[in-house]
Design a binder for this molecule. Sequence first.
Ligand code: ZN
Length: 917
Amino acid sequence: MSHPPSGRGDGTGDGGGGGGGPRGAGRRIAVVPHTHWDREWYDPFQTYRLKLVRLVDELLDLMESDSSYGHFLLDGQLAVVDDYLEIRPESEPRIRALVAAGRLTVGPWYILMDEFLVSGETIVRNLQKGILRGSAFGGVMEVGYLPDMFGHIAQMPQILDQAGLGHAVVWRGVPSAVSRSAFRWTAPDGSGVRAEYLVAGYGNGAALPEDAKQLVRRLGSLADEFDSFLAAGAPMLLMNGSDHLRPQHWLGRVVAEANALQDDFDLAITSLSDYLATAPTEGLVEWRGELRSGSRSNVLMGVASNRVDVKQAAARAECSLEQLAEPLSALFAPAGRWPAPFLDLAWTLVIRNSAHDSICACSADEVVDAVLHRYAEARQIGEGLTEQAMQAVGRSMAAPGPVAVNPSARTRGGMVDVIVPAVGDPGPDVQVLSERSGLPGTLTLDGETVRNMLGLLQGSRIDDQSYVTDVTLSEDETGLDVTLAIGPEPREGVPVEEVKRELFTRLTAAPSTEVRLHIDQPPVRRLLARQEPVPGFGWSRFTSAPLTHPVRLEGEPSTGLVLTNGTVTVGIDPASGTFSLDGIAGYGRLVDGGDHGDTYNYSPPANDTVVDTPTSVLVVAGDPGPVRATADVIVTYEWPEFVDGATHARTGLRTVTVTTTLELRADEAAVRVRTRFTNPSRDHRLRVHLPLRAPAATSSAECAFGTVERGLTAEGRDEEFGLPTFPSRRFVTAGGVTVVHEGLLEYELIDIDAGGAPDGTGPVASTLALTLLRATGMLSRLGMALRPLPAGPMDALDGPQMLGPVDVHYALCVSGADPYDLADEVLLPLQVTGSFGGGSRGDRGTELTVGGARVSSVRRQAGALEVRVFNPTDSATTVHVTDRSGWLVDLRGRPVAPFEDSFALRAHGIATARLDD
Ligand SMILES: [Zn+2]
C-alpha cells in the first residue's frame, strides 16, 4: 500500500548515503526493478492472483529473453512465488534458474506482515517459513526488506540479526531525528542492523520514462529530493516499481541510452543486496527502538482499532497455537506424535493473515471474510490439538479424576471448573454450580422401547456431561441384561455400537424377550474451585486449595453492589454504571464519539456529539462466591445513528443496551470485564475510560518480545496528525493500572494536565482510554480531519461499521503484579481434563522447568524440543532449563553455543534453545 511521496528531510552533516563509490564520473544510480504485491487488499486474493500470474509470466519471458533486464525483486515475500506456482507449477525450474543466476531475488519473508498487530512468534515463524521455502530456490535475499509495514517494532533489528541478516530496508515510521538515508537501527538488547531508509518510499523510481532524455530530467529532480538525505553525489537507490505494477520491459534499453547520453548519472539495474553490499556502515546515526513516526510517511495508527473482530480472532488463534497446542503437544503427546502437518497448516494460515493489509483489515469486505475464516481454521486446529494433548495426559494418569495442566512456565494455581462425584459436603472452599443425582438402578423394558432408546445413542456420548463409560450384555433364561456405566468424561474403546448390534440381533430373533437395563450413574457435581499450584509446564491431579481470600458479593444491586476478596474491592455505582476499584471511582465509563474516518485513521467529525451518560442502569447480582463473584451492569444509551456527510454531525438516535459483566475471583488481583452489545450505529468510536492511580507521562505496552515505553505524543506532519493512539499486544501499564486484553489493541493516555507532574517535569495524563470499537464505512477517505489525503481507494464498505454483536474482554489490575503473569492468568487458564486412571503418570510433576526469562515458544523442531525465551527486563539474567542440556541456536537453527542447565541472557535479549533428549 503506497501513498503520494512527501519526503523531505533536514539533511545536514555527513554520513549516510549508500551503495559504494561513483563508477566513472557520474553519480551512481542503482535501479532495483520490483513490484509490491499486496496479495489481498481492495480486491480479494484470487482477483489479484489472476494479475500476479500474468505479471510473473511476463517477467519470466522478459528476463529470459533480455539480459539487460538484469534483476527483479519479487517483493521480499515467498508467498507470491507459491501463489504463482500453484497455477503454473511447470514454471518452477524457470524461477529456480533465475534465482540461482542472482537475477531474481525472493524472500526473506514468507509474507510482508504488520509488525504491531501480530505476535512475536508469528513474525519469527514468518521469517523462518520464508527462509525455508526460499532454500528450495537456492536461497533468499539476505536483506530484511520491510517496505510498506505501518511502522516497525523495537525488536526487529534483533530478529533480523538472529537470522543472520545485517540489513534492513524501511520506509514508514522513520523519525525526523534520523536525517540521513542510512542509519544504525538498534534493538533494546543492543544488537542492530544497518537500515536503509527509502527516500520517498518503495515506489520512488516507479514508472520511469521510456525516453532517455526524460529519464535524465526525472533523475535531476529526484536528486534534489534525495540530496536532503545524502552526502553530495552519494549513490541513489531507485525502487522501480510500486503496488501491483508490472515490469517496464524496455528498462534495460532506456538505462543504456541514458548512460550514453550524459555523464552526470551512471545508471545500473541491480539488486538490493548488491547495492547494500557496498553501502557504508560506518559513521551512521543510531536509532534505538521502534519506528512509529509519521514525520515523513503515514503510519496509519487507526488500523489497530479497525475491525476489532479480526484482532480478537488473531489473538485467539495465536494463543491457541503458540501457548497451548504447541507446548502441550510437545510435552504431553506421545513421543513421535508431533503433529507437524497440522501445525504447519495452521501457521501458514496465521502467517498469511499477518500480511499488512490483511491483519490491518484495511481491505474489501470479502478479504476480511477470508481473514476471519483463516483465523477460525487455525484456531480450530489449535484447539483440537490441545484437546488431543489433554486427552493424552488423561490416559497417562495413574489415578482417576480431573487433572489440571499448566501451559505456562510459572508454577501457579487458578480457578478450575470440574465435575467430581457428589460425595459428602463439598466444603467451604468450592462453589457448586450444579448437581446431578444418579439415575434409578434398573429399568425393565420391552424390546421395542429398548430399541428406541438405544437407537438414539450415537457412540458413547449422551450429552456434554454424560458419557457411557462401560457397557455389557448378558442373557439368561429370563431375559437380557444390559448394564450401562455413565460418567462425566468420555472414555475410549467403549463397545457401545457392538453391544447395540448384538442386542438388536437377539431382539430380532426373539422380539418378546424382556430387557433389564441396569444403569450405574453415580451422582456428580460441577464445581468451581481454586486448584492448588501446578508446576510450570506440568500437571497435577485436581486438588482444591483452601481459599486465603474468598470472594463475596455484598450490598444491594439498587444501592451499590460490591465484589470483594479482601484484597481487591469493586463497588458498582448504580447511578452511572461505572465502578470503583480499591476506592477510586469512575472505571468502566463508556464514551462514544463520532468517527468519520476510514479503516486507516480515526477522524472526529467537525460537529461531534459525545455520549457518556446512560439513560438507564440496572445492576444484577450474579455468582455469589466464594470462588467467583460476578455482577452484570446493564446500561442503555441513546447513540447517534451515523455521521451526516453534509453537516459533519452525528444524526439520528438508536437505543443500545450494553451489558458489562464484572468478575472477581478468590485470591486473584485482576478484575475481569466483559462488555457486550449489539452495535446499532455507524461512524463512531467507543472507548472505555480507566482512571490511572497516579498521573503518568508514559505508558508501557507489550510488543513482540518485550515492552515498549511511550510518551503522551506522537510525531506526525501535516498529511497525518501524530495521534498518540498506540498499539499494545496483550497488556499495557500506565500510572499504576495494568490492562490485559484479548485483541483490544489500541489505547491512548488522555485527560492531560499540561501543567504537569508535581515536580514540574512535563505534562501528565490521568486516564487510559481503551478502544472497544471503531466503526467506519470507507476503506479510505479524502479530506479527513487528521489525514487529508487518501491512503487507499475510496471504497464504501459495510464490514468496518461492525453493525451487530460486539463482545470484548479485558481485565484490570492495580496491585502492581507483573503484567506477563497477569496476561497468563487472564488469557491462558489452567487446562483441565478427566482421567480414568490406569496409566503410569504420578499425581503431580512437570515435563519442563524454565526460569529466569519469559517463554515465547515450546515446540519440537528438527526432532528436538525447542524453547524460545526473551528477557523483558533491563538487567541481564540467567535462564535455567533445569536438568537439560543442549545448544543455543539462531533463528535459522544454526548452533551458537552449547549449554547445560542454564545460560546467560542479556537485558532484552531473545534466545532459542534446542534441548538434548
Ligand atoms: Zn502494501
